[in-house]
Design a protein around this ligand. Structure first.
Ligand code: ADP
Ligand code: ZN
Length: 710
């Protein structure tokens, strides 16, 4: 079974090995069992149902919530030579009828559907009349009422269990928490599903969180080393989205805005450009993201604080789906905290709900002020233990200094208390620094005992301290809307001198900037630049010709491997990860020409080379007809070379030909019928006249011969 799966992995997808749990999941589903798959974004969920779909007889039905996602997957499968279609509301009745006909004739292997369409009685009875390979339920967390992606139509998918008791079902999600998991099992009736939990770590993402100082300048600093990369910049408000997009464009970083207030067409247009072009930056509110499968998003920036770690993880997770180095970068400041707390307080909902949201925000803030490894802290929140610091986040790389802030913290809290718990940070800092201004005088604060006690620190240092006090919940933001600070219950032990307080020391801005450029995820080195651009430009051209996004032609990882391994023949090209049979046939030559800097060499290869080439192509999954086209020789020639290679055990019969099992059995029996020597092909050929080409018989005979010689 795994052999079969490996063959499909190599032939169709062009990959050499399964990742993580993929093999186990595929084995389970291919054998007809149910599965629940929890795997982070970029983990490779699609293969978990696409490979078993190709292993099993019949139509595979994939449920997906978004048209964009479906179209992307269908385009990708199409490029791989797998017959897939998406049925959605954009199709007219004629097109739909035609698709239904093709399905009935068994010409389609994978059908993508929105849940509401699948559960229509007509659709269900249509499917009941067919042979179904499996049901895959993607983004299965949409069934959970607690999550923010809840889709009521998902609730009806439970009936598949009863209507199709013998069809395996696989539910997949990148949402980690236990509650969602249990809800999926219960609502989708997946009690017998085997559960496959992967680590939710995204090792290729580098995390950095900086105090907000001059956010635009900081952002430019970060982007400076990433020119030409695609990325997302998240902002909280629509207005800010527009401003930042303008700002970046003016600074020479092509950027587009995206938020719910834009006209639908413009939003769709910007999204499409982001997917189809390279090196664009999308400046967006959180309305942007779900359904964005673009694998080569190289960075995700936050100019405003997300409201929970769940949101932070999900948003940053859109970077680096392709497994190549990517960055998650955030600048955060006191104003963010105040803003989010106020928003939370003014939101609808009961007290309990608000308390939960408050806890979530606190966890987010704790990550910002974290002094240990960010990744360890982030994963710990999702109940996953990373035994060692990761070595791939700002805290691990730069190191974090902490200092004893007990005394200054007391002074700061005392300033809050003595001034009546209603002033904002600006005024409180003025008190501590002993600034003699109008507002101070008007309030008589120059007489406070804490007036001027803090001259040993700068304004920035005091502001940082206040931010940290709020982030740690030692001071609260007054929620009436003016941003005044109050003491919270939890600060009492500190005020009474019962506990001490260690805080992270902020790196000097210059230091931070240096660190951020040294951690830059530069994929391509200087001298490779030119070739890289040439490969990308060929990819862009092919993508336009085929009306698909560039990454559907080849992902960056594949181009990068071409760049590094410099294949010089089609057989070497076939070894590159991500180059399956179909793509080798379609694009192999064109990319070789770019890599070798010239037109193709048309002189025929000597026979020995030809054989070598042919064996590689067959191993890569090409059919004899494809090989003939590729090597520019007759199909007959290819068959006789294949037969030779099989006889010499350079190839297995399965690698050379794709014969239905029954037919193969019949041919083998015909050869093995008599006693002694294997009969010649001409002796048994009449039995298969009109059904099987003689060339095929030669290959089967060669395989039997090879077997007997062992
Ligand atoms: P997910 O749906 O879990 O976010 P995808 O299925 O989109 O992830 O896979 C992410 C990327 O990893 C895709 O480009 C995919 O082709 C690639 N990939 C998946 N499995 C493998 C594998 N076994 N070997 C190499 N690349 C893989
Ligand atoms: Zn770390």
């Amino acid at each position: 079974m795994l052999d079969h799966a490996m063959r499909i992995l190599k032939d169709v997808f062009g990959y050499d090995a399964f990742r993580g749990n993929q093999a186990a999941i595929i084995e389970r589903v291919a054998a007809g069992g149910d599965a629940l798959v929890l795997m982070p974004t970029g983990g490779g969920k699609s293969l978990c149902f696409q490979v078993p779909a190709l292993m099993r007889e019949g139509l595979a039905v994939v449920v997906s919530p978004l048209i964009a996602l479906m179209d992307d997957q269908v385009a990708t499968l199409d490029e791989l030579g797998v017959a897939a279609v998406a049925l959605n509301s954009t199709l007219g009745p004629d097109e739909q009828r035609e698709i239904a006909d093709r399905i009935r004739r068994g010409q389609i292997k994978m059908l993508y559907l929105a849940p509401e369409r699948l559960v229509q009685p007509r659709m269900l009875s249509f499917l009941q009349g067919l042979d179904i390979a499996l049901f895959a339920i993607d983004e299965a967390h949409c069934v959970s009422q607690w999550g923010h992606d809840f889709r009521p139509e998902y609730l009806q998918l439970g009936q598949l269990a009863e209507l199709f008791p013998h069809v395996p079902r696989i539910a997949l999600t990148a949402t980690a928490d236990k509650r969602t998991r249990e809800e999926i099992v219960q609502r989708l009736h997946l009690d017998n599903a085997e559960r496959f939990l992967s680590s939710f770590d995204r090792p290729n993402i580098f995390y950095r969180i900086q105090p907000k100082d001059q956010p635009r300048k900081q952002l430019l600093n970060f982007l400076a080393a990433r020119k030409g990369d695609a990325g997302i910049v998240y902002c909280l408000s629509r207005k800010k989205v527009e401003e930042v997009a303008d700002f970046l464009s003016n600074q020479g970083f092509p950027a587009l805005p995206y938020h719910a207030g834009l006209p639908n067409e413009l939003r769709a247009f910007n999204q499409k450009r982001f997917l189809n072009e390279e090196g664009l930056i999308m400046v967006a509110t959180i309305a942007f993201g779900m359904g964005i499968d673009k694998p080569n998003v190289r960075f995700v920036c936050h100019l405003d604080l997300p409201k929970s770690l769940e949101a932070y993880y999900q948003e940053t997770g859109r970077a680096g789906r392709d497994g190549l180095p990517a960055d998650a970068w955030m600048a955060y400041g006191l104003q963010d905290v105040i803003f989010l707390k106020q928003m939370l307080n003014n939101s609808e909902g009961d007290e309990r709900h608000k308390r939960i949201e408050q806890h979530k925000l606190d966890a987010m803030l704790a990550l910002c002020e974290e002094t240990r490894c960010r990744r360890q802290a982030l994963l710990a929140y999702f109940d996953e233990e990373l035994p060692n610091p990761c070595g791939h986040c700002d805290n691990c790389i730069d190191g974090v200094e902490t200092w004893d802030a007990t005394e200054p913290a007391r002074q700061a809290l005392s300033a809050v208390y003595r001034s009546g718990q209603r002033y904002g940070v600006g005024h409180l800092v003025d008190i501590l620094l002993g600034r003699d201004n109008e507002k101070i005088r008007a309030a008589g604060h120059q007489h406070l005992a804490v007036f001027g006690v803090g001259k040993g620190f700068s304004e920035v240092e005091w502001r940082t301290l206040f931010r940290q006090l709020v982030a740690r919940g030692l001071a609260d933001v007054d929620l009436d809307g003016f941003g005044g600070l109050r003491l919270s219950e939890t600060c009492r032990p500190l005020l009474r001198g019962e506990v001490s307080l260690q805080l992270r020391r902020e790196p000097k801005p210059a230091q931070a900037a240096k660190a951020s450029s040294s951690a830059a995820s530069q994929l391509v080195r200087g001298h490779e630049r030119e070739m890289w651009e040439a490969l990308r430009s060929l990819r862009r051209k092919l993508a336009e010709e085929h009306s698909v996004p560039p990454y559907v032609i080849f992902p960056d990882a594949t181009l990068l491997e071409m760049l590094r391994s410099q294949p010089s023949s089609l057989s070497e090209m076939a070894e590159v990860s991500g180059v399956g049979a179909r793509k080798l046939e379609r694009y192999g030559q064109a990319f070789l020409e770019v890599l070798n800097g010239s037109g193709a060499d048309d002189t025929p290869a000597p026979v020995a080379d030809l054989r070598h080439e042919l064996v590689s192509l067959a191993r890569a999954g090409m059919t004899p007809a494809q090989i003939a086209g590729q090597l520019n020789c007759s199909e007959k020639n290819v068959y006789s070379l294949l037969a030779e290679a099989i006889a010499q055990q350079q190839l297995s019969l399965e690698q050379a030909l794709d014969l239905p099992e029954e037919l193969l059995g019949e041919i083998q029996e015909a050869f093995l019928d008599g006693e002694g020597e294997l009969p010649a092909v001409s002796e048994i050929a009449p039995l298969f006249a009109g059904r099987v080409d003689e060339a095929v018989l030669y290959c089967v005979r060669a395989a039997l011969q090879a077997e007997f010689e062992i």
